[in-house]
Design a protein around this ligand. Structure first.
Ligand code: F6R
Length: 247
């Protein structure tokens, strides 16, 4: 049974998620975390940045891994997910540059790069905290619905629905990358603690599906979270609006 917390609005969702990061950091200053990108986490990242600037939290010993990255965008590309975390979080917090990790999607051999990224996570003792968003098709990280799932870091072809949803960040739909490197389901599930955030009416259907799901279904990737003992889903009232018992 997944644990849902419903907040009044987006700002409250963001503040609560940032507070969870702060608490995890308080427990372990050398926190190893993985963070999502996209529309949902912007408020959370801004709140984490605010807390860092006000010296309420200290990221100086923490490690941060991008959960995924588009192939083949450079780190400096404003559409890349590294740029995104840099823009909304790293630039404003004291997390050392050498503690920020992202798959090198320009590597000659991407399979070797996936293995290297996975090993870097293992070398840091796996994640203490994973923060996830969720796609309309139930993807977490970029683990799209598939009959089978890779447990570790891998290359994924993005679904048309995901490309469509992400087109809002690009000038033309054709510019949206069709592939990404993503963490695998096993690595996500090895994390000691998982927090998933969702907001807005566009996520109401997928939140209802997640609330109702009783067994793991590879065609609904977020259902893998049922296998984890410490998952908190934080969503705003709009995202929870199709779940009568949470209203
Ligand atoms: C992105 C990621 C994805 C997003 C998901 C939701 O790093 O891991 O799983 O979290 O596509 O995206 P938004 O927040 O834009 O709705």
């Amino acid at each position: 049974m997944l644990n849902f917390t419903v907040t009044e609005n987006y700002d409250a969702m963001s503040a609560l998620a940032a507070w969870r990061v702060a608490k995890a950091l308080e427990r372990k200053p050398e926190l190893v975390m993985t963070l999502p990108t996209g529309g949902t986490p912007i408020g959370m990242l801004q709140e984490m940045s605010r807390m860092a600037q006000q010296k309420k939290v200290d990221f100086s010993q923490a490690y941060s891994f991008n959960i995924d990255e588009y192939i083949p965008l450079k780190k400096e590309d404003p559409q890349s997910y590294y740029w995104f975390l840099d823009h909304y979080f790293y630039q404003h917090a004291n997390l050392p540059v050498e503690n920020r990790f992202v798959p090198d999607v320009l590597a000659d051999d991407l399979l070797t790069e996936c293995a290297r990224y996975e090993q870097a996570i293992v070398d840091h003792g796996d994640f203490d905290l994973t923060v996830l968003g969720i796609g309309h098709d139930g993807h977490i990280g970029f683990n799209e619905p598939h009959a089978t799932h890779s447990p570790v870091c891998h290359i994924i072809d993005l679904n048309e629905e995901t490309i469509e949803a992400n087109a809002r960040f690009f000038t033309h739909r054709e510019e949206v990358p069709r592939q990404a490197i993503t963490l695998g389901m096993g690595t996500i599930l090895k994390s000691k603690e998982i927090v998933l955030i969702a907001n807005g009416l566009s996520k109401a259907q997928v939140m209802k599906q997640l609330f109702d799901c009783k067994r793991v279904d590879p065609l609904f990737p977020a259902s893998f979270l049922l296998l984890h003992p410490d998952v908190t889903i934080i969503c705003d009232q709009e995202a929870a609006s199709l779940i009568p018992s949470l209203r």
